[in-house]
Each structure stands twice: as C-alpha cells, then as structure tokens.
Design a protein around this ligand. Sequence first.
Ligand code: PLP
Length: 395
Amino acid sequence: MSGYNHLFIPGPTNIPEQVRQAMNLPMEDMRSPQYPELTLPLFADVKKVFKNRNGRVFIYPSSGTGAWEAAMTNVLSPGDRVLMSRFGQFSHLWVDMAERLGFEVDCLDMEWGTGVPVELYAERLAADKAHEIKAVFVTHNETATGVTSDVAAVRAALDACGHPALLFVDGVSSIGSIDFRQDEWGVDCAVSGSQKGFMLPAGLGFLSVSEKALEAAKTARHMRCYFSFDDMIKTNDTGYFPYTPPTQLLRGLRASLDLMFAEGLENIFARHHHLANGVRAAVSAWGLKLCATEPKWHSDTVSAIRLPEGVDGAEVIRHAYRTYNTSLGSGLSKVAGKVFRIGHLGSLNEVMVLGALGAAELTLLDCGVKIEPGSGVGSAIKQFRSAATASTAKA
Ligand code: PLP
C-alpha cells in the first residue's frame, strides 16, 4: 500500500510530531533526585485538564479500563448499590466490570444511539430515600455510538433531591476534547486514558478524584492492590510511583499537555465542535443517518454512521483499509456490521477531516452505497467555509 496510513479511528489518535519526539529518549532513572521535576508538574497540569482544583489525579500505567477499576475498587465497598445505564459497548463494559467486581448494579438499558437517561436517574434518586445508591455512573461520551451525555444534568438531578451518591464519569473519549468541568459538575471520579484527546499512545490511565472521593476511599472496603490510592499517594506526593512508571509516556505527556495549554482548552473544544460539524454535514449530504438518534446526543469526537440495509460494515472497513490505506472505526457489538465510525478527535484539522471524508466517500461508492460523488466532501468544505466567514465577520 502506498502513502501512509490515515488513522481515523476514535483512539488511538494521531500523535503530534513534538509528542513523538519527546518520547524518543534514553531510559531514565525514575528514582533520581530530578525525577519529581517532571512528575509533580504533571500531576498539577493533568488536574487542570479535568478542571479539578481541590482533589488529586492518579496516573496509572494502564489503559482507561484500569482507571475504571481503580475508581470503583478504591471508593466503593463490595455489595454497594450503584446506578448505571447502558447504551453502547463501552457503557456495557463498565456495567460488566461493576457486576464482576461484586457491586449491586441497577442498570437502565437504553436504546443504542441515546445516552444517559437523566429523567430516569432523577426518579430513581428521588425514590431512594434511604440513600442506598452509593454511586451514579455516567458514560460522558459513548464511543461506540457517538453519543455525548449531559453530566451537569445528572449533577443537577442529584442536587435536586439532596442525594449524597458519588458521581463517576467515564471521560475516556471526551476529556481534553469536549467540555468537561469536574469541580463545577461535582464529579467525584473522572476517568480518562492517554490515547484519545491526550494524543499519546495507550498506556496511561487517568483518574481524577474529588476530596469527597478521597474521603470515601478511607473507609471503602473493596479489595485493591496495584491501583491502591494509599500506595500512590505515599509515593506520588514526593514525585515518585509505587512501581516502575512508563517514563517515556510521561515525557510524551509533558509535551502533549504543553501543546494543549498552548492551544487553550476552550479553543480545543471549539475546534472539535467545528470539525464534527463538517463530518455531520457530510453525513447528511450522503443521505445517511448517524447512530445518535437526536442532535442533543451528537458527539464532537466520534461519529457512528448507519449504513443502508444490505451493506456490510465490516466490508466497508476492510475496503477502506486495503484500498485507501485508511483506518475507519468499525461497529461494535450490537451495531457490528451496521455502522462505521469516523474518529475526529485529538491532533486534527480540516484537511485531515476532508481526507477521512474523501476516503469514506470513495469506499461507500465502491461498496455500492448510492451517494453523489463529492457530496460529503463538498458539504464539509461549505460548512468549514461558512464557519470561517462567520468568524471573520464577527472580528
Ligand atoms: N470508555 C470509553 C468511552 C472508551 O472509548 C474506551 C476505549 O475506547 C474505554 C472506556 C476503554 O478504554 P481503554 O481501551 O483505554 O482501556
């Protein structure tokens, strides 16, 4: 295959050259007296991305799944009742983990393409006068279906009935790309991973916790070892880890945070929204539908696009890869074969999005989908141009 691979899966995402270069260094001594000069500012700066002022952040050598487990095992006790919802493969896996770890899971099964059912959460919480529900879970961005849920509304539902449950948020494919405000939304455990908005390889699991979660961890009785907050706090406070940290990834993290702060978080969110609008304009011009059933669920980091009956999504993905050296995201689980996904997050600009749309358009045509050649790319260009014209007019 000629040319380079065009990576448009929703994580791992493209790694900026500065970040790749920052990871190209010899092994270093993670117990050296200088090491805290790297790590202590990292802990402080990752907290800024989560907008967590008073709590703390744990950086685990794991993927996001490890940070899920760290959150639950440190803060909860076996048999605790938790309120969760399932509407895609990642919210499903979180429910599955909670069940396997021995929690009493109240799971609300929703249509795939919708998100967290805030009204139903509000009803369950208001009815729980004895406060048996210890934690409420939100998958902020369901990567399998391209659905973003309203975390602030879940916080409001908790507050409306004065419910003390902890709020857990999976922000693996949102934090660092879509607006997220841990303090303001009263999120107690926020989980993310390095390979999406943070523009790094997989291998770092981020868990940002509130003071309330730290307090809960003091009496929580779930078994934990590798992910223990206590072990981490003892060593992290002086800039070290209870085990060998992935030193190159931490150097990469320094570089990616520098890039994120140079651009500005709010500008990053605006860029993701702008690029996602281009993708959505293309999907609409193709006459196809998103998996997200309503605009309020639209995700700015990933679009899952429904294929017409009779078109095999697995073949679409294979064809894009083999013929155009382009990686698109496949449909997972319930929507396997029925959708394909375009990841539009991380280090990305308009031209890259047009590349993804061009590859998707060629592939769809090759696979027999009746779309007008150029319609998607053309609509995305018009969308980008109209946004540019509007902002020039404002200035
Ligand atoms: N949660 C969401 C929303 C995800 O998109 C993913 C991975 O894509 C995960 C959790 C699992 O994260 P990881 O693969 O880093 O363990």
